[in-house]
Design a protein around this ligand. Structure first.
Ligand code: KG4
Ligand code: ZN
Length: 347
């Protein structure tokens, strides 16, 4: 695809400044600058700190991406940017930078949805998405089951979290266990040394909840159950078996996620499952999803862990699909939309 469109993707919805370069369906380079260390001592992302870090990292990250990909900015055919959802100030930095780039290069701008980008990134790793795709998006801000007939303009929500997102639950439980922020990777690591010995609750999987919330998730009860369990141990003056709690919590989350995802595939007659978002980097989720998809005769597609967490390649991947499918470009007057709905693929 030497003459396929070269798209530069800009991602700034949270704490990663991501610049990706994708030609057609091929990833050339993915440059990331993260401000995660600046937020760690606050136990969560501080929006103002994230925005300033994006401003400082933007130009050096664009330069690094072009250098490593071996392309010049003047070769770029289109610019894609996350227009939402995410932190308003952080998004604004990316949207402003992308507008400036598109204007100065004289190329079209595509303002795209961060969540659809998490699905589209799989294209640069595993090729075109089957249509429709059943996608499960599990990140720090979202947990959704999506039916995706066309990632460039038709994304339908089957269900989502009614309280905490899966990644948020990982981050909060990590805090209870005294593990650093962001907690997901630390719980993943700790769990490898532990055993699943505590039977933590699986939200919305029994009784009438299943009728009303078949494809929805709830993780706040699980988070509270873990806190209470740990507090009871501490009150009794007993040591907290961090690895076992981590393994048991992780098992409860991944059990619910994979059970509902497989059920959604069956119900909607879709033969494959795609998983995206930061929590898709979780080793137990990946293994359990593989086991359950194999048992159900479903094909599983999960990108490499570094493409599951936020990055610019995912935005460039979706932007390239928009160009290849002749979707209309965005107006240069687009705004960042911090609460952009998952069903709105582009602006
Ligand atoms: O997609 P992402 O990078 O940012 C958002 O759009 O939210 O997801 C970040 C989330 C965090 O909550 C982080 O703890 C979680 O993904 N995460 C993980 C793992 N790696 C990142 N959760 C579980 N296991 C992991 N290995
Ligand atoms: Zn994300």
């Amino acid at each position: 695809m030497a003459d396929a469109p070269l798209v530069l993707g800009v991602e700034t919805s949270c704490d990663e400044t991501g610049i990706g370069l994708v030609r057609g369906e091929t990833l050339l380079f993915d440059a990331i600058a993260s401000s995660v260390d600046e937020h760690a001592r606050f136990g969560g992302v501080v929006p103002e700190v994230a925005s300033r870090a994006h401003l400082e990292a933007m130009v050096p990250t664009i330069e690094r991406a072009c250098r490593e990909a071996g392309v010049a900015l003047r070769d770029v055919d289109a610019v894609a940017v996350t227009s939402g959802p995410g932190l308003a100030g952080a998004l604004m930095v990316g949207v402003a930078a992308a507008k400036a780039l598109a204007l100065s290069l004289g190329v079209p701008l595509y303002g795209v949805n961060h969540l659809a980008s998490h699905v589209a990134v799989d294209i640069v790793e595993h090729g075109p998405l089957p249509e429709p795709t059943l996608a499960m998006l599990v990140s720090g801000g979202h947990s959704s089951l999506l039916l995706v007939p066309d990632v460039t303009h038709d994304v339908r929500s089957l269900g989502s979290t009614i309280d905490d997102a899966a990644g948020e639950a990982f981050d909060k439980v990590a805090r209870v266990l005294g593990l650093p922020f962001p907690g997901g990777p630390h719980i993943d690591r700790a769990a490898r040394e532990g055993q699943v010995v505590i039977d933590f609750p699986r939200g919305l999987t029994t009784g009438r909840d299943v009728e009303r919330h078949r494809f929805d998730f709830s993780f706040s009860g699980l988070k509270t159950a873990v806190s209470r369990w740990v507090q009871a141990r501490e009150a009794a003056g007993e040591p907290v078996p961090v690895a076992d709690v981590a393994a048991s919590f992780q098992e409860a989350v991944t059990d619910v996620l994979t059970r509902k995802a497989v059920d959604a595939c069956r119900t909607h007659g879709v033969g494959h499952l795609q998983i995206g978002g930061g929590v898709a980097a979780n080793s137990r989720l990946r293994a359990m999803a593989q086991e359950r998809c194999d048992a159900a005769g479903l094909e599983l597609r999960v990108p490499a862990p570094k493409l599951c967490t936020d990055n610019g390649a995912m935005v460039a991947a979706l932007g390239a699909q928009m160009v290849l499918r002749g979707r209309p470009a965005s107006d240069l007057g687009i705004r960042a939309d911090s609460s952009m709905p998952v069903t709105e693929v582009s602006v």
